[in-house]
Write a new protein. Structure first.
Length: 178
């Protein structure tokens, strides 16, 4: 498959597995897993194959999906309720969040909120945060004092693909660094 086809299938899988499985009458289990054969059967408009799914999972630079025992799920980013079976762990002292400058005013008032998702997504390095933020416009990098948040009883989780997750980041734990 070429890059364009991979991206198209990745977006389709993200939409189905993170936001709207019912659009193809797919049932996810409580932990967000879908049977791959059922997913293929119900994905009529995209003519999905197991080979395509395997290639998208393998080639996706962000490792958005995981396959186990003929099932697939998205690693994070769900707007639907699923239990990813994440365990609370101690974060590194500093984490980062990349966003567009047009959102900064709201963030400075409300902090980082999960919006329609289950968690706020954070990165362990500035470069990853920058890449994420660039998708939304002119980028600004926020530094998160995750050590202080953890000391103040906020929970942190680490997804299968290395994305740090928390429920919210109040403004007092944020600094604009770039």
């Amino acid at each position: 498959m070429n890059k364009h086809e991979l991206k198209k299938i990745s977006k389709f899988l993200s939409f189905i597995l993170r936001h709207n499985p019912q659009s193809i009458d797919l049932k996810l289990d409580a932990n967000g897993w879908a049977d791959i054969n059922t997913l293929i059967k119900k994905s009529k408009e995209i003519n999905l194959t197991r080979k395509m799914i395997d290639e998208v999972v393998k080639e996706n630079s962000k490792q958005r999906f995981i396959i186990k025992e003929n099932k697939i799920r998205a690693n994070q980013g769900h707007s639907i309720k699923v239990d990813l079976e994440l365990k609370s762990i101690t974060p590194p002292p500093i984490l980062y969040h990349g966003t567009a400058t047009r959102f900064l005013e709201s963030i400075l008032k409300e902090g980082l909120t999960k919006q329609q998702r289950q968690h706020v997504h954070l990165s362990s390095d500035k470069q990853t945060a920058k890449v994420v933020g660039q998708r939304h416009g002119k980028v600004v990098i926020l530094e998160v004092n995750s050590q202080k948040m953890f000391e103040d009883s906020f929970e942190f989780f680490l997804s299968e693909n290395g994305v740090w997750l928390t429920r919210s980041v109040p403004f007092k734990y944020l600094s604009v660094i770039e």
